[in-house]
Design a protein around this ligand. Sequence first.
Ligand code: ATP
Length: 315
Amino acid sequence: MIEVRQLTRKFGNLTALNAVSFNVERGTVFGFVGQNGAGKTTTFNILATLLPPTSGDAFINGYSVVHQPKEVRKQIGYMPDFFGVYDHLKVEEYLDFFGSCFGILPNERKKLIPQLLELVNLTDKKNTYVDLLSRGMKQRLCLARALVHDPEVLILDEPASGLDPKARSEVKDIIRELKLMGKTILISSHILPELAEMSDEIGIIEKGKLVMKGSVSEIRKQLSGEKVIEVKMNGQLEEAIRFFEDDPFVTSVVKNEGNKQFIFTYKGTDEQQIQLLRSAVLKGLPITSFYERERNLERVFIDIMKEVEKDEAIQ
Ligand SMILES: Nc1ncnc2c1ncn2[C@@H]1O[C@H](COP(=O)(O)OP(=O)(O)OP(=O)(O)O)[C@@H](O)[C@H]1O
């Protein structure tokens, strides 16, 4: 549904995004985590066709953000991290205005807008001026705005930022509902435990590079003191993954960026690891590199998961 291919964006001498690649399957919630300035907003702006990449491309439902931006815009609903509001409009008028911008006919808008207001729990605020809404309500209104043209993909840049716990929980509930409706959702956040709770997969971005990607449970395994080994292949990737998955000391295998490498977590001894590599080579698997990752590469990941665990312990 979303395919990001070697996306690079430079601002002068600064490489804000450095050859980022990842896929998001239809109906999946993909959480994007990174420290300030890591490159999350730059990625989202490129996917929303608001910023051209320096190189690389991304495809949404098969449409290229570089070559088919108009088509891409029909597929996506985008909620930026900072949004403007229109002071002199009431909630209902605001959605009606955006609906008309998307070419939705007045009769259809009459049916659609109450449904959207219901979804974001703003029905009783329909006649309130937008600037009188609380921050949480404005955020929910923005979500409704992003949904006006019924897009398949939602790109939500920090939708829960600056909200109190109750308002954050309301945003989370809406995102869960949107997932049930079959939407594919890309979401970024600094509120890491919440992101892990909402997402099927998480991508970690650090200094413009996608450091790692995986499900929350795969990440957990990596915290248990197991080795993280990266393998680069010159072909036969799927066969190699099957081979490593069959080893009793391999606890998880995750395909990494692109289609030439994967990482696996390993709980065996050094001798067992040597034996595993020997068997793989004897089997004829074309391995070009096999190395244990530095734990510091997983630093961000580990910090995140510690927060998740702390949060769970409190609950
Ligand atoms: N228009 C621009 N001109 C110059 N540098 C920029 C521009 N936009 C972003 N950058 C730089 O690119 C890097 C990535 O920024 P980006 O906004 O994508 O990070 P982020 O992960 O969204 O961070 P935050 O969580 O703080 O919003 C930062 O170093 C930022 O200063």
